[in-house]
Design a binder for this molecule. Structure first.
Ligand code: MSP
Length: 493
């Protein structure tokens, strides 16, 4: 059986990490945690895109060599992700020796198969996008993305992108689920409505030294996007055949880098004779006042402050629950506050306190509960959550709906409390049954919510005595409550 293999973009090592980077990586992390919970073999890679003019310029501005500069950024990105409880299987850096060899190998394969030729480039280049533009594509003298462009006339190598036009079109038509959401598939088809031009894929070393050398022509370095895209192969061992244990991958990307992933990358893979990716999931942007949040626009959210106030789980939950993958989202503190208070503090947090409150009132701190009792409608709601998590490991785009189902399950526990009022029961056997049942439901919900809100889930599970080996949906509740350590799952704001 192959691993479920998924990737995030590798991030430009030219600025501090922000919410946009967190979003792609969080989607992958939740996917990973779901696979681990359900014991499905998976592999999740993320990393840093370190070469190219943009990074070289940023290093220069800091008065550092590119390598020293990217070394320190690599640590900062890893710390940033770890502080949100994200754990990848592989952190790839394009300056890794093994990656450089993989890129050169990939280049040689394209060259040997006749897809690369030497020519000269005359046209515009936008350093911010690391992309080439035609005169006719410029808007008010800038790239369509708003990036500044510079005129370039230089010798370079070309990739014969134009020869893959009809093959790509046919592939998209034959595989309508290749790109999620559908509107991005249509956008990719739109790119194919005009003839594709061959792609300049090298820069002369006299202009740019910070990159991987073209094999057999050390006067040129490889275009940063080829270098970057090959990380999806080098991360799992390419060119060694072991990469086939993982490949093909699902690529989680932002909508702005669709063309590179939906057109250039599949064309290069076709040229190299390598299977195409399994799927592309293109998410939208986090916006502030309708503008994409980015370091260069200076409109980044102070995530550290938000994290202090609303917890790691709060941020994770808000990013996933409040926007459908593929749509843009407004990052507003009001919305974050509302969603964390309603769903997490008042929802999961209060319900947990209510149930253990009943336990304490009725039994003191000790009781041998009975777990044989069950109430099918509530069990079915939680079973549905479990089944949906299983589906999520195949279709991660359902993540926001999954988050909403966690809240439904909490709602169902509350409804049970309201209807059956265990604290009013006179028959002790009934109370023992009901409280045992409800605690077991909360345990199951905490287990299933772990991929999205790992910190609260762990606190709840530790309180009910679930050691890590018992943190599965099926395991029985051990009932070693630690009342001296009653956790606050979500501090009220
Ligand atoms: N280095 C390239 C990717 C190479 S992948 C082989 C790159 N890096 S980036 O750092 O500029 O952007 C990485 C990702 O972050 C992109 O998918 C982009 O869409 C995402 N985001 C950056 N800002 C964003 C938001 N404000 N909102 C959501 N995601 C956005 O492109």
């Amino acid at each position: 059986m192959k691993s479920i293999y998924f990737t995030t973009p590798i991030y430009y090592a030219n600025a501090e990490p922000h919410v946009g980077h967190l979003y792609s990586t969080l989607i992958a992390d939740i996917w990973k945690k779901a696979c681990v919970l359900l014991k499905k073999d998976s592999f999740f890679t993320s990393g840093l895109d370190e070469h190219g003019q943009k990074v070289a310029q940023a290093a220069l501005q800091q008065g550092l060599s590119p390598q020293d500069y990217t070394n320190s950024l690599s640590f900062r990105f890893i710390d940033f992700f770890e502080s949100y409880r994200i754990s990848f299987d592989k952190w790839v850096r394009t300056t890794d020796e093994s990656h450089k060899l993989a890129v050169q190998h990939f280049w040689k394969i394209l060259k040997d198969r006749g897809h690369i030729y030497k020519g000269s480039y005359v046209g515009w280049y936008a350093v911010r996008d690391e992309a080439y533009y035609l005169d006719s594509e410029l808007v008010d003298g800038k790239a369509p993305t708003g990036a500044d462009v510079v005129w370039m006339e230089e010798e370079c190598y070309y990739f014969k992108l134009s020869s893959f036009q009809s093959q790509l079109k046919q592939f998209f038509l034959d595989n309508p689920d290749f790109i999620f959401p559908k509107k991005r598939l249509n956008e990719a088809l739109g790119f194919l409505q005009t003839p594709l031009r061959d792609l300049a894929i090298s820069r002369p070393k006299k202009r740019l030294t910070w990159g991987i050398s073209v094999p057999d022509d050390p006067e040129h370095v490889i275009y940063v996007w080829i270098d970057a895209l090959v990380n999806y192969l080098s991360s799992v061992g390419y060119p060694d055949d072991s990469y086939k244990q993982y490949w093909p991958a699902t690529h989680i990307i932002g909508k702005d880098i669709l063309k590179f992933h939906a057109i250039y990358w599949p064309a290069m893979l076709l040229a190299a004779g390598i299977e195409l990716p399994k799927k592309i999931i293109a998410h939208g942007w986090w916006l502030r006042d309708n503008a994409k949040i980015s370091k260069s626009l200076g409109n980044a959210v102070d995530l550290e402050a938000m994290k202090e106030k609303y917890t790691i789980d709060g941020i994770r939950y808000f990013l996933i629950k409040s926007v459908n993958i593929g749509e843009d989202g407004q990052f507003k503190e009001d919305s974050l506050h509302h969603i964390v208070t309603a769903d997490l503090a008042n929802g999961l947090g209060n319900t947990f306190l209510r149930v253990i409150g009943i336990f304490e009132t009725v039994f003191g701190e000790n009781a041998s509960l009975n777990f044989s009792y069950s109430f099918p409608p509530l069990c079915n709601t939680i079973q549905k959550l479990y089944d949906t998590l299983d589906l999520l490991t195949l279709e991660p785009q359902i993540m926001p709906a999954y988050a909403a189902m966690i809240v439904e399950c909490i709602g169902a526990v509350n409804e049970y409390l309201q209807v059956y009022q265990p604290w009013k029961q006179e028959d002790r056997t009934i109370v023992v049954n009901q409280v045992g049942f409800l605690l077991n439901c909360l345990k199951q919900i905490a287990v299933l919510a772990y991929p999205i809100i790992p910190c609260a889930s762990e606190k709840l599970l530790s309180f009910v005595g679930c050691t890590p080996d018992l943190r599965s949906y099926e395991a029985n509740l051990p009932c070693n409550f630690d009342f001296s350590n009653k956790p606050v799952l979500f501090p009220k704001k």
